[in-house]
Structures are given as structure tokens and as C-alpha cells.
Design a protein around this ligand. Structure first.
Ligand SMILES: [Cu+2]
Length: 130
């Protein structure tokens, strides 16, 4: 899948940033983070890579700051981490082994993450390992 879209109007000011995401467990998590980022004003495109736990975001720095992108993600219940300034195209496509058989199924962790974010309950940790 190579979805290259050309948007001529916005090519001047758009910057791309890479944000590390933590706490994603399945394809639904990826979709949630992408959706959240795309809703932020000034964001023209957001692609989340589950394998590398990174979000590639095209945004207009005059409308939105990188910090605000992080805040938006954190409000959803996921974490952000600093990424080293590595080349965006460093990872060849198709060489990552990911288990994404789950299709659109929502995992338990995913639901918990979002519930937790909504309730903003502190002190309750997701019991992941059994
Ligand atoms: Cu999930």
C-alpha cells in the first residue's frame, strides 16, 4: 500500500515529524491514534506504524505545535516517547514481522486504555501479563 497523495495547496508550510507511541496493542490502537492525530487542527496527514511504534505526522507548524500533537495522543490514553532523529525512510517496507491478523478486532488492552483515559483514573495499571 503506497498512498501518496499530492496536495498542492499546502506544500509550502507542511512539516513532517515522527513521534514515538507507547501502549499500542493492536490494529484498533493504531486506528485510534491516527484518528486522534488527524482531528488535530493543522494536521494534514497521520500514519501510525504499529511495528516501530511511531507516528508520522504531516502538520502545519504555524497552526499546531509538536507538543500539542503529543498532548492529543496522551489524552487518548497512549504514551509518547522521544524518537531519535533517524531517517523517516530508514525502514524498508515489508521487512517487519508484525502480527496483525486481528483485523478490526478490538483488544482488551485497547478498550482498557481508552476507558482509563476517559475516566482519568490514576493508580490503576493495566494487568497485561498473566
Ligand atoms: Cu488495541
Amino acid at each position: 500500500m503506497n498512498g501518496t497523495t499530492t496536495i498542492e495547496r499546502t506544500e509550502n508550510a507542511i512539516e513532517t515529524t515522527v513521534i514515538g507511541i507507547t501502549g499500542m496493542h493492536c490494529a484498533s490502537c493504531v486506528a485510534t491514534v491516527e484518528k486522534t492525530l488527524k482531528k488535530v487542527e493543522g494536521v494534514s496527514s497521520a500514519v501510525v506504524n504499529f511495528a516501530s511504534e511511531k507516528a508520522y505526522v504531516d502538520f502545519d507548524p504555524e497552526q499546531v505545535a509538536q507538543e500539542e500533537l503529543r498532548e492529543a495522543i496522551e489524552k487518548t490514553g497512549y504514551g509518547t516517547s522521544d524518537t531519535e532523529a533517524e531517517s523517516v525512510s530508514a525502514q524498508p517496507e515489508g521487512e517487519q514481522e508484525v502480527t496483525l491478523k486481528i483485523g478490526g478486532m478490538t483488544c482488551a488492552s485497547c478498550a482498557q486504555t481508552i476507558e482509563k483515559a476517559l475516566k482519568k483514573t490514576e493508580g490503576v495499571l493495566v494487568t497485561g501479563n498473566s
